[in-house]
Design a protein around this ligand. Structure first.
Ligand SMILES: C[S@@+](CC[C@H](N)C(=O)[O-])C[C@H]1O[C@@H](n2cnc3c(N)ncnc32)[C@H](O)[C@@H]1O
Length: 256
């Protein structure tokens, strides 16, 4: 990457961080869906070791911790998110069991076969679906589970406009059937798969739009910020236009 592109990229990342810092969630999801996914893990250890990869500020992590025992380590590469994550853990009096660390999901500093459960909502595209499933499996105990949400097509065909948006942003995006076969090939047994309801998206887009407005005021006249917010708005517009074609799907798999 040349120097100019690298700077643009770093600024984009800073903006993504700043836009999401005050939000409860950094992507579509809800406490109800986190709990629903958990309900499929009926033989989870009473004191499990859990990792939440791409945890953001920990919206879903705190819900997890309130519904299971054991220890949860959240990992995210944005230090500002991890700072708020650890403040949230304290706020909910979970700091003895829940800890956020700055790190990359692609280069985990855990022991092999350390975890009973790897959780990851809305983040696996950052490493790649297939690559993430294969790499993370090494950190799961035998019979350990992975539970993650991932952008997925609901239909075999869709309009060109939405196909282009997602293949530009998540080149690996595919249908639910294909994703399940990737999970199975990676050495997991499928436990469950279910789509997140529309409310998870609108509950994410509404506060993000308000945060975007504040960012536009803060950086008034900055073209990069204006373009960035325009892209966010376009994403929300596309969702309302094409939501029958795609969404996040929760996939839960058990390591064989
Ligand atoms: C869409 S957000 C989801 C955050 C949170 N799980 C939620 O559902 O609210 C994706 C998160 O993954 C993090 N992320 C992306 N790529 C990453 C990587 N390679 N290593 C660690 N974190 C990463 C981002 O910083 C961001 O917090």
């Amino acid at each position: 990457m040349d120097k100019e592109n690298k700077l643009i990229n770093e600024f984009d990342l800073k903006l993504i961080g700043e836009l999401h810092l005050g939000l409860e969630r950094q992507g579509p999801g809800s406490p109800e869906m986190t709990i629903k996914a958990l309900s499929f893990l009926d033989d989870l250890d009473k004191n499990p070791r859990v990792a939440d990869l791409g945890c953001g500020t920990g919206g879903q992590t705190m819900i997890l911790a309130q519904n299971i025992g054991g220890n949860i380590t959240g990992v995210d590469f944005l230090p500002d998110f991890i700072k708020i994550f650890n403040e949230n853990a304290k706020k909910f009096n979970l700091q003895e069991r829940v800890k956020g660390v700055v790190g990359s999901m692609e280069n985990l500093s855990f022991q092999k076969e350390e975890f009973d459960l790897i959780w990851s909502e809305g983040a696996i595209a950052g490493i790649g679906f297939e690559k993430g499933l294969n790499y993370w499996k090494g950190f799961l105990k035998k019979d350990g589970c992975v539970a993650l949400t991932y952008e997925s097509w609901f239909t075999d065909e869709r309009p060109a406009e939405i196909e282009k948006w997602w293949t530009d942003n998540v080149p690996e995006i595919n249908t639910i059937g294909h994703n399940i076969s990737v999970i199975q090939k990676a050495g997991y047994r499928l436990v469950a798969a279910f789509a997140l309801p529309e409310k998870c998206w609108t509950d994410y887009f509404i506060p993000r739009e308000a945060a975007g407005k504040s960012l536009l005021e803060k950086y008034a006249g900055n073209k990069t910020v204006e373009d960035f917010i325009a892209k966010m708005r376009y994403e929300a517009e596309l969702y309302s236009k094409y939501k029958q074609y795609y969404g996040y799907v929760f996939y839960i798999g058990k390591k064989i």
